[in-house]
Design a protein around this ligand. Structure first.
Ligand code: 5AD
Ligand code: FES
Length: 350
């Protein structure tokens, strides 16, 4: 597979058949990871960026088959943080050196555009040197624009799968891939730094589906892409399905790095959940971001998208120093700045 890996690095694209073959074989792993590390170093040096994740509501109007906070999970203990509680998380995080906050939540009707705008303005007023990332699902272009004007800098919205058929296997009818993609294009047009992404090993996913994900990312040219293994949640229709593998997730991280050398790629909590050194392995496969939890310990277990999620018992300070140790032991260091996308070696941002 070396010829395809080399072609990907040189051309930054492959055909669908080439992607499918490469992903199905998953061969020459160490070679791929080495190329991925070299490219990550050219753009970002030895630096790993850190983002403080604030899971501010687990109410959700959607019913995705894989997700533990889907509306039909009546056993989920629902919570939402107040503006004050969110600001407290930021204060703790700022003191620990975080310069990016990620507000993530389910699609919660309580948090209207007005309320969210107010939270965004408060955070940006207190912490003008920080980047603010939103991850609150599908909204109208108008809403996205309002949040941007209120000061949000970045938006994470995983596309989940770029295959039409596969999308239908993961979501009920009211959700469409078309709308998901439209949201991502709208976000980009407005001027956000945009992150898409997908789960690896979700039910029904084939190498061809993953090839379509890579083609979509080639087309969208996002600033970030988050991928992690699918992990079943016991209160969802996918309770009995098998989880994705760390091996395949790592391989795809490596491929993403070659596809877009300056891409921001997190070593995700889900990867750390299925393998004890999953996040370290993610960095060594080409990832360059970690997203420790800043949510209050009291709500952490409740934001349970999948079973056995790690870090649910640890204070923010513990999570940060744990991660810092892990990163330093593999020869990298945590960044102190906002961690915006780097220029590529050739000099452009694209
Ligand atoms: N396993 C792994 N990842 C999941 N997500 C949701 N449910 C699961 C699961 N069971 C991911 C989705 C979503 C992100 C916030 O978490 O990709 O976009
Ligand atoms: Fe809310 Fe999936 S059920 S994001």
């Amino acid at each position: 597979m070396r010829h395809l890996i080399d072609r990907l690095e040189q051309n930054r694209k492959l055909t669908k058949d080439e992607w499918t073959e490469l992903i199905a074989k998953g061969a020459d792993r160490e070679y791929l990871f080495e190329r991925a590390r070299i490219l990550a170093k050219q753009c970002y040096g030895n630096t790993v960026y850190i983002r403080g994740l604030i899971e501010f509501t687990n109410y959700c109007r959607n019913n995705c088959y894989y997700c533990g906070i889907r509306r039909d999970n009546s056993n989920a203990m629902r919570y939402r943080l107040s503006e004050e509680e969110i600001l407290d998380c930021c204060r703790t995080g700022y003191g620990l050196g975080f310069r990016t906050f990620v507000l993530q939540g389910g699609e919660d009707g309580f948090y209207t555009d007005e309320k969210l705008e107010k939270v965004i303005r408060s955070i940006k007023m207190r912490y003008p040197d920080c980047a603010l990332t939103l991850s609150v699902g599908e909204k109208s272009k108008e809403s996205y624009r309002r949040f941007f004007e209120a000061g949000a800098d970045r938006y994470l919205l995983r596309h989940e799968t770029a295959s039409e058929n596969h999308y239908r296997m993961l979501h009920p009818e009211e959700l469409t891939l078309k709308n998901r993609k439209d949201c991502l294009w709208n976000l980009k047009e407005i001027g956000y730094q945009v992150g898409c992404g997908f789960m690896v090993g979700s039910p029904g996913q084939t190498a061809e589906c993953l090839a379509e994900d890579m083609l979509f990312i080639t087309e969208l040219q996002p600033h970030m892409a988050g991928i992690g293994p699918f992990v079943p949640h016991h209160e969802t229709p996918f309770a009995g399905e098998t989880q994705g593998t760390a091996e395949q997730t790592l391989y795809l991280i490596g491929l993403l790095r070659l596809l877009k050398p300056n891409l921001l790629i997190p070593a995700t909590t889900a990867l750390g959940t299925i393998r004890a050194d999953g996040r370290e392995a993610g960095i060594l496969a080409g990832a360059n971001v970690v997203m420790p939890n800043l949510s209050p310990v009291g709500v952490r277990k409740k934001y349970e998208l999948y079973d056995n999620k790690i870090c649910t018992g640890d204070e923010a300070a513990e999570c940060k120093s744990c991660l810092q140790g892990r990163i330093e032991r593999i020869g990298y260091e945590l960044a102190v700045d906002r961690g915006d996308p780097a220029k590529e070696p050739g000099g452009n941002y694209v």
